[in-house]
Ligand binder design. Structure first.
Ligand SMILES: Nc1ncnc2c1ncn2[C@@H]1O[C@H](COP(=O)(O)OP(=O)(O)OP(=O)(O)O)[C@@H](O)[C@H]1O
Length: 364
């Protein structure tokens, strides 16, 4: 069932337009993912009721909420800076929203705060002040403050962006755990694709004010519908060519390098232009050419990433490709300038359709 429905929402700022049609299901974590300026925060602010829309409608539990003011929407919000009230201790910070509602007794408030603190392992922190907490602890308290008054919906706007990498990883698991235990429908905003893949039930990939693709993380990563999604979510190597002919369930494609064989996932005709991609982790290097789908090039650089090595290859026509190899599998540390073959298994090649939208914004 839809918890929230953004029906043909349009919001204009001068010559920039946000256009959204989005269903958020009850109990899910839906992530809005996209680069800076694509409209994630604007969407959240529309849902929270801080921004008026030019057209469209918002439904919460199938109830129209266009004219419901923010404080009556019963939505919990955690923004990027998660500023706690510095003059209030942890107990009072978390209790703040419950007190505002004037419908809870002192005992109910205390019990709720203690229950929530134990959920994130911060029992006994009630009397501390924000300046006596680490960044990660402050972030947890901000989350609890938002969920304490039993909101119907939780909006998290890049709540982890101020934290270091390890802490972000830990806290996103914690957010997910709390969200699951309370079953609270959540919209999570991030520009970090790894964070989106790890925390979400579904992801909405946004591009310049519009939805590019909506799907489960595995669907978005494995079957991106557009070139934009393939390149924004994970790393990908793009290739273009012309269909020469079909062979069984594959197309033979003329690319700048050679003929490449790719699975026939979509209907194409002979001579049609086609764009396909492969992921760095699905290709491999060799010093001799393989039977098919081999690109000859030279190594132009290698990046050591701990568990893997990311190698950049430049082909004769000057195009660069990324290949990642697990060091455990292959001790493939090479010199820049060395000639090498990049091999791409047929099934690693995936097509992306033409962008199924006409952008309203400049620069798309
Ligand atoms: N009040 C405003 N007046 C005019 N333009 C605005 C206003 N607020 C946002 N914009 C523009 O709307 C677009 C979307 O902004 P928004 O903050 O929603 O993006 P975002 O995806 O959340 O970006 P970030 O990740 O940097 O926070 C941007 O081009 C921004 O400049």
């Amino acid at each position: 069932m839809d918890k929230l429905y953004l029906k043909n929402i349009v919001k204009r700022y001068d010559d920039w337009v946000l256009q959204m049609d989005l269903h958020v299901q009850s109990g899910e974590i839906m992530t809005l993912l996209g680069p800076s300026g694509c409209g994630k925060t604007t969407t959240l602010r529309i849902i929270a009721g801080f921004i008026h829309i030019d057209s469209g409608h918002l439904y919460l539990d199938e109830r129209l909420i266009d004219d419901v003011p923010p404080y009556q929407r019963n939505i919990g919000v955690v923004f990027q800076d998660y500023a706690l009230f510095p003059h209030l201790n942890v107990m009072k910070n978390i209790a703040f929203g419950m007190r505002m509602k004037k419908r809870y007794t002192k005992t109910q408030i205390r019990d709720r705060v203690e229950e929530l603190l134990s959920l994130v392992g911060l029992e006994g922190y009630e009397q501390r002040y924000p300046d006596q907490l680490s960044g990660g602890e402050q972030q947890r308290i901000a989350l609890l403050r938002a969920i304490a008054p039993h909101p119907e919906f939780l909006l998290l706007d890049e709540p982890l962006s101020a934290l270091d990498f390890q802490l972000r990883k830990r806290l996103r698991q914690e957010i997910q755990k709390v969200q699951r235990q309370l079953g609270i429908t959540t919209i999570f905003v991030t520009h970090d694709q790894e964070e989106a893949l790890s925390i979400s039930d579904r992801i909405t990939v946004m591009n310049n004010g519009q939805v590019e693709q909506i799907g489960a993380p595995v669907e978005i990563y494995q079957n991106p519908k557009t070139e934009y999604v393939a390149q924004f979510v994970g790393m990908s190597n793009m290739l273009s060519g012309i269909i020469l002919h079909q062979e069984h369930n594959c197309y033979v494609v003329q690319t700048p390098h050679q003929h490449m064989i790719i699975p026939a996932q979509q209907e194409y005709l002979v001579h049609d232009p086609i764009t396909f991609f492969f992921r760095p982790e699905e290709s491999y290097l060799s010093v001799t050419p393989q039977e098919k789908n081999t690109i000859h090039g030279v190594i132009v650089g290698q990046e050591y990433l701990g568990a893997e090595i990311l190698t950049t290859i430049r082909s004769k026509d000057g195009q660069e490709y990324l290949v990642s190899n697990y060091i455990k599998d292959e001790h493939f540390i090479q010199q820049a300038g060395q000639a090498i073959y990049l091999n791409i298994p047929v099934n690693a090649c995936k097509t992306v359709g033409p962008a199924a939208r006409t952008s309203l914004n400049p620069g798309a």
